[in-house]
Design a protein around this ligand. Structure first.
Ligand SMILES: [Zn+2]
Length: 257
């Protein structure tokens, strides 16, 4: 059996561990080595590989220390500046790991080197989306522009509705407070907020989220909805002629929210 567990790191990062009964583990975005090494020891696991989504330090800061303990392949984007990458990847590549494989999706916007990993694990589609897509939110545009990020999010939106999404941060509740400002009338936002408040009160992660549910409460996946467009125009004070204009307006609003 393969399962996927969060290893909490820093304030709100999750390093996802994909692990099986045979004692193999692969980790996604190990920003810190210590919690990963502890998790491996406590669960009698051997690290088999490291998957990287993008170059930010809170996603790669633990790679060298892990490599000092385990000589394993490091997967990441082929045009990334990360020196530790040994298996350079691009759109359409597949990563074969244990008894599952993941397809590589290029998702620039948050950074230009951002990729996501998608595939079926333990009978369900799973997406490791780093800082591109969050539950009820999306990553800040540090290197890309709104059109580029929308294209990346649209690519993710086309994945099966039952896809579980494994984001790299526990940002869900603060994202939902923003979603509520964008869509004050939305029952879906409210419902998800109540659900996540109850999870967080018990210290339980709000992730993975389900992609098909995200499209009903994540304002960054809803730029073509009239209510989102109206609010974007009202707040920005300028007309949003296209869905990308709407997306850009709500992303800018979120940056100062
Ligand atoms: Zn990042």
């Amino acid at each position: 059996m393969t399962e996927i567990l969060p290893i909490p790191a820093f304030n709100d990062n999750y390093i996802w561990s994909i692990q099986n009964d045979q004692g193999d583990a692969w980790v996604v975005d190990p920003g810190d080595a210590q919690p990963v090494l502890r998790h491996l020891a406590e669960n009698s696991l051997t690290l088999r590989g490291i998957l990287i989504t993008h170059h930010h330090h809170d996603h790669i800061g633990g790679v060298n220390e892990l490599l000092a303990n385990y000589a394993v392949p490091v997967y990441g984007f082929m045009r990334s500046a990360i020196k530790a990458i040994t298996i350079p990847l691009q759109e359409g590549d597949r990563v074969e790991l244990g008894d599952f494989s993941l397809a590589v999706l290029e998702t620039p916007g948050h950074t230009l080197d951002h990729i996501a990993y998608f595939g079926e694990i333990a009978g369900a589609p799973r997406l490791f989306c780093g800082d591109t897509l969050f539950s009820a939110g999306c990553g800040r545009l540090f290197e890309g522009d709104p059109a580029m990020m929308r294209q990346s999010l649209d690519k993710l939106k086309r994945l099966p509705a039952n896809t579980y999404i494994y984001c790299a941060h526990e940002y869900t509740l603060s994202n939902l407070r923003f979603a509520q400002a964008v869509m004050p009338e939305s029952d879906e936002v409210n419902k998800r907020k109540l659900q996540c408040e109850s999870l967080r009160a018990r210290g339980v992660p709000t992730l993975p989220a389900v992609l098909g549910e995200e499209v009903a409460y994540n304002p960054f996946l809803m730029a073509e909805h009239p209510a989102v467009r109206r609010m974007a125009q009202e707040v920005s004070g300028s007309p949003c002629a296209t869905a990308t204009d709407t997306f850009a307006a709500i992303r800018a609003w979120k940056d100062r929210f």
